[in-house]
Design a binder for this molecule. Structure first.
Ligand SMILES: [Zn+2]
Ligand SMILES: [Zn+2]
Length: 276
C-alpha cells in the first residue's frame, strides 16, 4: 500500500503546497481522499489521471477539501473514451455538493457535448453518502467509515482502509476523540491533518484563531498515534504552511509524543507499507 501526500496545504495560500488531498494505492484500488486546490496537477505528478481513480472519498465538505472536485469531474468525464461513472463517497451533504458542481458546469457540458461528436452523454457521478459504522468494498479495498470531531462542522468522517492485512487510517480535520482512536487502533499507518498551535497563536488575526478549536495539533496527532498503537504517523495540512528547512522542527514536536516513524514533507511525499 502506497500513500502519497498530494497536497499538504490548507486554506492559507501557498506557492508550493496544494490543497488537502491524499492518494492511497493498493495493488487494485486507487483512492483519493479529499480534493483541494491543485489536486489534478498533483495527481498527474503522481502518475494518476482522474480516470484511474477507483473512488473519491471526502472527509468533510469544507471548501479547502473539495475545491477542485469540479476539475476531477470534468477531467474524468472529458478523458473517458466511453461513458464511465465517477464514484464519490462522502458524508451526508455530498450529493448536494455534487449536484451544485454539476450545475456550475452545466454550460461547459452543453458546449462540449455540442462540439465533440464522440462525447455523447453528460458526466455520471455515483454518490454514496456514508454514516459512521458503514463499510464499503471498493476495488478490493475494505473501507470502514468512522466518526470524527470537527465541530461545529458536522458530519465529518474518517476512513479505515484494509487490504491484504495492511491497514491505513485516513482522518480529515478533527480533534482527538474516542472514535478517532478506534479508527486508528493498531493501524500500520495513520494520516492526520494538523496545525501548529504555537505558531497560529502568534498570528495577529482573530479569524485565524478560530481554527485552534477544531483541528489536531502536531502534539495531539502524535498522542493519538501513541494511544492507538499505530505503526507510522503521517502528517499533512500544515497550518501555517511549513517553511523550507523547518521539517525537523515540526517532526521533533510530534516525536516528543510518539516513538514510531513520522512522515511529513513536501507535496508528493510518499510512504509505502508492506505486510510484515
Ligand atoms: Zn475542515
Ligand atoms: Zn482543512
Amino acid at each position: 500500500m502506497d500513500i502519497t501526500l498530494l497536497g499538504t496545504g490548507s486554506p492559507l495560500p501557498s506557492p508550493d503546497r496544494a490543497g488537502p488531498a491524499t492518494l492511497l494505492r493498493t495493488g487494485t484500488a486507487t483512492l483519493l481522499f479529499d480534493c483541494g486546490r491543485g489536486v489534478v496537477m498533483r495527481l498527474a505528478a503522481a502518475g494518476v489521471l482522474p480516470l484511474g481513480l477507483s473512488a473519491v472519498l471526502l472527509t468533510h465538505l469544507h471548501s479547502d477539501h473539495i475545491s477542485d472536485l469540479n476539475d476531477i469531474v470534468t477531467t474524468h468525464w472529458v478523458m473517458s473514451p466511453v461513458p464511465t461513472p465517477l464514484r464519490v463517497v462522502g458524508p451526508p451533504g455530498t450529493q448536494g455538493v455534487v449536484d451544485a458542481v454539476l450545475a456550475m458546469l452545466a454550460l461547459d457540458q452543453k458546449y462540449r457535448l455540442a462540439h465533440h461528436a464522440t462525447l455523447e452523454a453528460a458526466p455520471v457521478i455515483e454518490v454514496t453518502e456514508v454514516e459512521p459504522g458503514d463499510a464499503l468494498e471498493i476495488a478490493g479495498a475494505h473501507i470502514a467509515v468512522h466518526r470524527t470531531d470537527h465541530r461545529p462542522v458536522t458530519p465529518t468522517v474518517g476512513y479505515r482502509v484494509e487490504q491484504d492485512g495492511v491497514v491505513a487510517a485516513v482522518a480529515g480535520d478533527t480533534v482527538p476523540c474516542p472514535e478517532l482512536d478506534e479508527m486508528c487502533g493498531g493501524a500500520d499507518l495513520y494520516v492526520q491533518t494538523v496545525i501548529r498551535a504555537d505558531l497560529v497563536q502568534n498570528i495577529p488575526n482573530l479569524r485565524l484563531q478560530d481554527i485552534l478549536t477544531y483541528h489536531s495539533t502536531l502534539e495531539q496527532a502524535a498522542l493519538t498515534a501513541t494511544r492507538a498503537r499505530v505503526g507510522t504517523l503521517v502528517l499533512t495540512h500544515y497550518v501555517p504552511p511549513m517553511q523550507p528547512g523547518d521539517v525537523e522542527e515540526w517532526r521533533a514536536l510530534a516525536a516528543a509524543h510518539f516513538a514510531g516513524p513520522i512522515v511529513l514533507g513536501d507535496d508528493l511525499t510518499t510512504v509505502s507499507i508492506t505486510k510484515p
